[in-house]
Ligand binder design. Structure first.
Ligand code: ATP
Length: 633
């Protein structure tokens, strides 16, 4: 009967599985990447060296049997020894016998004996030599244990050296920068707002597209463009969009890439970057966070190494002819920190401001990011752009991204207005701390505090609109009365700033009015920081104090730090300003005590009140809110 095929069928999958495992192991080994290869290579070299040492290092000299010294001495004296090997610095003698002897069925051709170190003298050797024995002194050799230690040490040292080199290969100067291939993937259409910056950058784009046209007219493109603006306003995005528009590669580096603890690495990197740029020209070199590279020389905490690196950059920028098609772009939030040499003509001589987006810019940015997500019809981007005064492009992108994440968790397939609202609260106020237990007394306190902020804010600072009041503990706060400006403002009148201070002190005022001076809480800590900061700037920077007058305490204006007398006067004026606004806030709370109470009760019941609910409630108690065009107190 033929062997059933079935048995083979059963073993085939097992064999296949085994083969697959072996193949997978190989695949994993091959997929390890350069770091593992280097370490593996070092270990291999170490093992080969170990085998080599073991195999070829001089073997130790041994006799076939070990005998007592007296027996060895007798054999030497009676001329039975053909050759005497003196090993281990005279500590061991190996005697090769003239006539082999038998012991326990084995033929013994040599014997060895141990002697106390240095007991064998030169006179002994001469005597044995004279008796016809060939005397040979063997160089001291290492024992097997010694050799093992040497080998292990070699392997360890080699592995450590390679691991160190691999770990620090970035620092030791391996290439850190590589040009990203030319792509038109990102263009100026992906940048919302920043119209002036885009206009400023158009000639750079035209130059990079066809440098020859410019050269024919004898024109040079700006060699360096410095993008200056607050964080997240799209400076990096602009640089990439310029490269995309021009269809040229861009090499991106960060100022901190050039700061290393090793001497000479920073300047070496600058040379490397310049060389790569020349090879990839026409191209853009973009250095983000440029102030850490281009910072003022001679500053107190600036190291010599950093200065050398900056000098190298200046040299490289000078060294490049204007027509070689490399445009250096750099971005910083701290233009004031830069060394003047960086800004001179021929270096970063074109400064492009990238400010925070205006309402129209914000709408454009929101539209760009919204086009990548599924938005429900109830999301009003126009309204959102008005509610996000002071937000950068990055913050707007983050807002929509958070909303998308919340929508996904909500298992919805579109982003609704509720998701956007939740995302806004999460970003502005922090995550809800659902595990936090707050007792009833504290809840009442928090509700009163926030209601105080809300009513004083509505009355004293109507320019900012209430967005919502909440006593949900979020992030680090236990509650918030969240106001936001209705429109972009570039100048702030004194009355507005005083209103902000009063609003900030409204929480403490409510505690004072409802609970008395002994029961006020620590809840006003951060409010005082805000109020004091504004008061200080009003008095010391903006000339808004009648007692101080039109004097600036700015050290640049004063030619150094302010005098003790002026500082004392500033402190007194600040206190007076804060005290006046605290009294104003208290007066508003006393006047609208019922409204504050009603808001706090509603908050305790519902935790969150929308702007409409809060305004309606306040107005029903006769509060003249800014919304109804009321006069301020
Ligand atoms: P930083 O100064 O902190 O380095 P930056 O000004 O370089 O910030 P980017 O890194 O360019 O800001 O912006 C971060 C992200 O924010 C961008 O990837 C983009 O998603 C979004 N963003 C910022 N500004 C804009 C804009 N004007 N239009 C569209 N998206 C923007």
């Amino acid at each position: 009967m033929p062997t059933p095929l079935r048995s083979n069928d059963q073993s085939a999958p097992a064999r296949e599985r085994r083969n697959w495992k072996v193949r997978s192991l190989f695949a994993i080994a091959l997929r390890r990447g350069p770091v593992r290869y280097w370490t593996g290579g070092a270990l291999l070299v170490g093992v080969v060296a170990a085998v080599f040492f073991w195999r070829f290092s001089p073997a130790s000299v041994r006799g076939d049997a070990s005998v007592a010294y007296s027996e060895a001495s007798w054999a030497l004296a009676n001329k039975q020894v053909a050759t005497l090997l003196v090993a281990d610095n005279g500590g061991r003698l190996v005697l090769k016998l003239r006539t082999p002897r038998m012991a326990n069925g084995h033929e013994i051709r040599s014997v060895e004996t141990v002697v106390p170190a240095q007991a064998v003298t030169l006179a002994d050797l001469e005597r044995w030599g004279a008796a016809g024995t060939t005397v040979r002194v063997i160089e001291p050799h290492t024992s097997n244990a010694d050799r093992l230690i040497q080998i292990v040490s070699v392997i360890l040292v080699l592995s450590l050296l390679v691991a160190y080199a691999v770990h620090h290969r970035g620092a030791l100067g391996t290439n850190k920068f590589s040009p990203s291939p030319a792509s038109r993937h990102l263009t100026l259409r992906d940048v919302g707002g920043a119209r002036e910056a885009q206009a400023d950058l158009r000639d750079v784009i035209s130059y990079l597209r066809s440098p020859a046209r410019f050269l024919a007219m004898g024109a040079h493109c700006p060699k360096g463009v410095l993008l200056v603006g607050p964080p997240g306003t799209g400076k990096t995005l602009l640089a990439r969009a310029v490269a995309g528009e021009a269809g040229c590669p861009v090499i991106v580096a960060a100022g901190s890439d050039f700061n290393e603890m090793y001497v000479g690495i920073g300047s070496r990197r600058v040379r490397q970057l310049a060389k790569q740029a020349r090879e990839a020209a026409p191209c853009i070199v973009f250095i983000d966070e440029f102030d850490s590279l281009g910072g003022r020389r001679g500053r107190p905490n600036r190291s010599g190494e950093e200065e050398v690196t900056l000098n190298q950059l200046l040299v490289e920028m000078d060294g490049m002819a204007g027509n070689n098609g490399v445009v250096w772009m750099a971005a910083t939030n701290r233009e004031d920190m830069l060394d003047p040499a960086v800004r001179r003509p021929g270096r970063f001589d074109r400064v492009v401001e990238v400010p925070l987006p205006t309402a129209a810019d914000r709408l454009e940015i929101l539209r760009i990011h919204a086009s990548r997500s599924k938005l429900s019809k109830d999301v009003d981007l126009d309204r959102l752009s008005q509610l996000t005064v002071g937000h950068s492009g990055a913050e707007l992108a983050n807002l929509l991204n958070e909303a998308a994440i919340i929508a996904v968790q909500d298992t919805g397939d579109v982003i609704t207005n509720a998701h956007v609202e939740q995302a806004r609260d999460r970003i502005l106020l922090g995550r809800v701390r659902s595990g936090m237990v707050i007792n009833d007394q504290e809840r009442r306190l928090i509700a009163l505090h926030e209601s105080g902020h809300a009513i004083v804010g509505m009355v004293a600072c109507p320019e900012d609109k209430l967005h919502k009041i909440t006593i949900e503990p979020r992030g680090r706060s236990l509650g918030a009365a969240h106001f936001s400006p209705e429109a972009d403002r570039h100048l702030h009148p004194r009355r507005y700033l005083e209103g902000i201070i009063a609003k900030a002190l409204g929480g403490r005022a409510a505690e004072l009015v409802f609970l008395g001076p002994d029961a006020v809480t620590t809840g006003a800590g951060s409010d005082l920081v805000q109020a004091t900061g504004i008061a200080r700037r009003m008095v010391a920077e903006f000339g808004m104090s009648d007692t101080i007058g039109l004097v600036s305490a700015d050290p640049n204006a004063q030619g150094g730090s302010v005098s003790g007398q002026l500082q004392g006067e500033i402190d007194t004026a600040m206190r007076a300003l804060l005290a006046a606004q605290a009294a104003r806030a208290e007066a508003i709370v006393r006047q609208h005590r019922d409204a504050v109470e009603a808001l706090s009760i509603a908050l305790i019941e519902r935790e969150v009140l929308t702007a409409d609910e809060a305004y309606a409630m306040a107005e029903s108690f006769g509060v003249k809110t800014g919304r109804s065009g009321a006069a301020t107190v």
